[in-house]
Each structure stands twice: as C-alpha cells, then as structure tokens.
Ligand binder design. Structure first.
Ligand code: SF4
Ligand code: SF4
Length: 349
C-alpha cells in the first residue's frame, strides 16, 4: 500500500469550549506535538511514502503555530510540491491587520490550504467578523480557502448565512477547480454533525436522524480506514480520522515514542479489526453483534458509519465479542484484504 497523506492532530487543546465537540477538546487539554517530534515522523514517512498532502488539525493547531510552521518549513524544503493544509477555528484573525500578518507568515512557510471550521457552535465563540478577516486575508494571499461547515437539526448558520455575512459567494468545493479557488473563490464542504461527544445529548436522537438519507448512509465498507496516516496528539497512530470520541482505545494504536512509524503502520495494517472495517464496515460488525446479543436494541438509523463505530467500540462487551469473533476469522479476513489491495493497486496502475 502506498501512503500519500499524513495527518497531524497537533493538539487536543482548544482555545474555546464549544457546546458540541466530538473529540471533547477544551483549554484544559494538555497533549500536543512539538516540531521535533513532527519533523521526526515526517522524515520517517518519507522513507516509505509518496507524500501528496500533510494536514495539521486539532483541537486548535494555531495554539502551537511556531511548531507547525517549523514543521512546514522542513516539509517544503524536502518536498516542495506536498500540499499543506491547516484546519482552524480562525480565532487568531481578531483584526484584519493581525489576520494579514499571520496569513503572510503562513504563505511564506508554504501553506497551500486553510480550512475554517464554522457552524452555530463555533460562532457562539468566534465572531463572524473574525471569520471574515481570516477568509479575506487568506483569499487575498492566494491560499485555497474552505469553510468546513457542519449542519445539524435546526441549525441557523447555513451556507446562505455565511454568504450574506461574508459578502461573497461560496461554492461547493466539488464544483470548483483548484485554480479558481486559489484565485479568490471561497469554497465550502458541508456535512452532518454526528451526535458524538460533548453536547450531543442536547438534541433529541430522533431529530438527528430525521431524514430518509439516514436509512442507508451508514451501511457498507469504510473507505477511510487505513487510507491515511493519522498521528494523534498522544503520539499514537489512528487508523482513520473518524469522528469517534478520542477516548476510544480501539482507535489509538501503537506507540511512536517507542517504535518507528513504519513498525506502527505495519502493525495497524495487519490488525484484523481495522481490516474488517475497511472491507465490510461497522454495519457488518453490527450484524454479527445483533445475532450474538438479540436483546440489545441497535438503532435503526445512524447519521454516518462513524456514529455506529462509536456505539460499538464504546461498549466493552461488544469489544470483547468482536475480539472473540476475530480469533476465528482473522486469516480469512487478511486474505480478503490482500486481494482487495491487489485489485486497488491494479486499478491505480
Ligand atoms: S469543535 Fe473545534 S473549535 Fe470547538 S472546541 Fe472542539 S476543536 Fe475547539
Ligand atoms: S467508520 Fe469507523 S473506521 Fe471508518 S472512519 Fe469512521 S470511525 Fe473510522
């Protein structure tokens, strides 16, 4: 398998405490990755990967901006064409002058993309004027600028709201060429908030899934797991950028302080659970569990497959049952996975 994407969860710390936050980030969290650690992982990544994209996310990665920029300098020196993306809530753009100053620093370091997380929850703490400063500075500097917009039942802050407040048209990123976006077109990605983590109980469950789309949106293989290398702020790797609570042990693998990146990746690649998720998704695991635990009432609808992963892997009894099942089926699963990878490699060739 050829890896192309490397994702650093720079920190779980955040400058704000949104009412809703899947990973439960807040100013009280301590974990973060410094530049020495990130550069070391990057160097190891170069030994076996073909880098295309490196993402810095959190928490709020701008809380450790010096470390992020030092790492970007190294990446751009080694591989100038690697796309660098940072995901932020934009808090640092408190005035246009300050936004200009920071964005220039980012541009000089070689940042290609800025993604700003926006929705009702974020805008309770980060003013729309701050987002406007961040977006305007970023676009003026020729940086690909995207609003990572989340929606949820009865949300007020729709894309139309942002178009009105930011006084510009915002296009779905899938409908916009990269050149247009770099030439000043603001783009957005919109997806559903998944009811996981802090604040998710504040909305009735039925409201979250009150749309026919949610009958099937969570079924089938997971196309994210084992695709990118995700390095968590706890210096472990994750098999995916899944939207499950960061406390779920199943999604934190190995130890990058003790073993090399490659050793950790190889171990993740032969993990039977990760391979099961990649081949058949959590809906298949749910079927097995439903047979074993006929009195447990699984929900009929989920917002997305990660939502079901959260339900399964936050339940210790289910985790034990999955482990038992895998003891019997591991060899067959790994064989199936190697066929799947061979087909994918042939398709890509
Ligand atoms: S949702 Fe984003 S901005 Fe809000 S607390 Fe969590 S990480 Fe911070
Ligand atoms: S469905 Fe599960 S394995 Fe896939 S991205 Fe979501 S949390 Fe990760």
């Amino acid at each position: 398998m050829i890896y192309k994407n490397l994702i650093f969860v720079v920190t779980e710390k955040c400058n704000i405490t949104c009412d809703f936050c899947g990973p439960n980030c807040s100013p009280d969290r301590k974990e973060f990755l410094d530049s020495a650690f990130m550069i070391n992982q990057w160097k190891q990544f170069l030994e076996f990967a073909l880098p295309t994209l490196v993402v810095f996310t959190g928490g709020e990665p701008f809380l450790y901006l010096d470390d992020v920029i030092e790492t970007i300098n190294k990446i751009k020196k080694d591989k100038p064409l690697t796309i660098i993306r940072i995901v932020s809530n934009g808090f640092w753009a408190s005035s246009k002058a300050r936004a200009d100053q920071i964005v220039k620093r980012l541009k000089d370091a070689g940042v290609d993309e800025l993604n700003f997380s926006v929705d009702d929850f974020h805008q309770k703490f980060i003013s729309i004027d701050t987002i406007k400063n961040a977006v305007n500075s970023s676009l003026e500097c020729g940086i690909y600028t995207l609003l990572a917009h989340k929606t949820f039942p009865k949300a007020n802050n729709t894309i139309s709201y942002y178009e009105k407040e930011l006084e510009r048209k915002i296009v779905d990123y899938r409908l916009c060429s990269r050149d247009d976006a770099k030439n000043g077109q603001l783009v957005h990605s919109s997806s559903n908030t998944i009811p996981i983590g802090r604040g998710s109980d504040s909305i009735e469950y039925e409201q979250w899934v009150d749309h026919p789309h949610f009958i099937n949106s969570w079924k089938g293989p997971c196309d994210q797991v084992l695709k990118s290398i995700v390095i968590g702020a706890d210096k472990k790797i994750s098999p995916c950028c899944g939207l499950v609570e960061r406390e779920l042990k199943m999604f934190h693998h190995g130890n990058l302080v003790k073993d090399s990146l490659q050793v950790n990746i190889e171990a993740a690649n032969i993990s039977a659970i990760y391979n099961w998720l990649a081949l058949e998704g959590p809906s298949s695991i749910k079927e097995m569990l439903a047979e074993k635990f006929p009195t447990y009432k699984f929900k009929e609808r989920y917002v997305q497959n990660c939502h079901l992963c959260q339900e399964i892997f936050s339940n210790p009894v289910f985790c034990a049952a999955v482990k038992d099942d895998l003891i019997q089926n591991k060899t067959a699963l790994l064989f199936k996975r190697s066929l799947h990878e061979a087909k994918r490699a042939a398709d890509e060739a």
